[in-house]
Design a protein around this ligand. Structure first.
Ligand SMILES: NC(=O)c1ccc[n+]([C@@H]2O[C@H](COP(=O)([O-])OP(=O)(O)OC[C@H]3O[C@@H](n4cnc5c(N)ncnc54)[C@H](OP(=O)(O)O)[C@@H]3O)[C@@H](O)[C@H]2O)c1
Length: 318
């Protein structure tokens, strides 16, 4: 199935409708061998994915390094891909912003980055919003950053951040959004739609928790970051197994995989949504790329909508 493309926010930058998340290239997820990461990136390029989401904190630079190196070694031209990275809230002192961005560019091995997102607001440091927003905007003026985005920002704070910008607007908001964690629909999705921002959906597969691939017993044995993720807590996971069965039924009807249906549900929900699933193996990238080129029918979209609304996910797990 051919890849679909859209544009980033209100720019004319072409991005694939499914991106590749690269948090997996870190100890947190376990893809720490460069060759494994390269194979995943090579497959993404092969299936038409041109949008890559990384962050300074993923593996403390490992993900950025792997991504930049793999793209170079694979002979991908700079203008054939869109690289999105993120600066964490802790690096947002106005004097630190250029230093952090320079290091990020060095790790990626690029002159400028297409999209710089603030990974999360500076919760612990109280850096005034306009100080860091103007520092980032200066780097746009200086040609080191093409576009700006905000990740994990409440809409009210996103508004405050945009108010600080003089000549440029943000093009992207990035939030947690998947079939069973839908808080983004309250405020972020309409905000993105009204303003023509791309809404990058993180954990679009709920970290695999909705795919029914792990039994309740197996899930207790997972040792990566998911051992602390509330979705994998038995109180939630038991319910998700029931949801996964519905997802599988729909998938079988279309001759698709549960992951493809879960991602298709998101892109069918709104034209501004671009999911960025992570992958541990090239086959997963290929599978996820097959989420486009077709659409769920209205009744099946609604069925999953209703089923997910029956769930009672709790984040209070201890
Ligand atoms: N801005 C933020 O705060 C933030 C937060 C989290 C993530 N992100 C970004 O979003 C990206 C994706 O989120 P995520 O990594 O949390 O979760 P995700 O994309 O929902 O799940 C990824 C995991 O699901 C499994 N998987 C992927 N494709 C599959 C397929 N086709 N079939 C079966 N299993 C499959 C793999 O794990 P197993 O094979 O081990 O099951 C993979 O590691 C990250 O890489 C990162 O770029 C951003």
């Amino acid at each position: 199935m051919a890849m679909e493309y859209t544009t980033l926010g209100s720019t004319d930058l072409k991005i694939s409708r499914i991106g590749l998340g690269t948090w997996q290239f870190s100890e947190a997820w376990g893809v720490t061998r460069y060759e494994d990461a390269k194979a995943i990136i090579a497959k993404a390029i092969e299936v038409g994915i041109n949008f890559f989401d990384t962050a300074m904190v993923y593996g403390r630079g490992m993900s950025e390094e792997f991504l930049g190196r793999a793209l170079r070694e694979l002979g991908v031209k700079r203008d054939e891909v869109v690289i999105a990275t993120k600066i964490p809230g802790e690096f947002l002192h106005p004097d630190d912003v250029p230093r952090a961005v320079e290091r990020s560019l060095r790790r990626l091995g690029v002159e400028s980055v297409d999209l710089m997102q603030i990974h999360w607001p500076p919760c612990w440091h109280n850096f005034p919003t306009c100080g860091y927003m103007r520092a980032l905007e200066r780097l746009v003026e200086l040609g080191k950053i093409d576009y700006l985005g905000l990740s994990d920002y409440p809409v009210e704070l996103a508004e405050a951040a945009r108010y600080c910008l003089a000549r440029h607007d943000i093009e992207v908001i990035q939030v947690r959004y998947n079939l069973v964690e839908r808080a983004a629909e309250e405020a972020h999705l309409p905000y993105a739609e009204e303003n023509n921002f791309t809404l990058l959906a993180w954990s679009p597969l709920a970290k695999g928790a909705i795919l029914g691939k792990y039994t309740l017993e197996d899930v207790q044995k997972i040792e990566d970051l998911r051992s602390r993720d509330p979705l994998f807590h038995p109180d939630n996971y038991k319910q998700l197994l029931g949801f996964a069965a519905k997802l599988r039924e729909v998938a079988e009807k279309y001759g698709k995989t549960p992951a493809q249906v879960a991602l298709n549900w998101l892109i069918t929900a709104s034209s501004v949504v671009v999911p960025i699933p992570g992958a541990k193996r090239p086959e997963q990238v290929e599978d996820n790329a097959g989420a486009v080129g077709w659409r769920l029918r209205y009744e099946d979209w609604r069925l999953l909508d209703e089923e997910s609304k029956k769930l009672r996910i709790t984040y209070v797990t201890w």
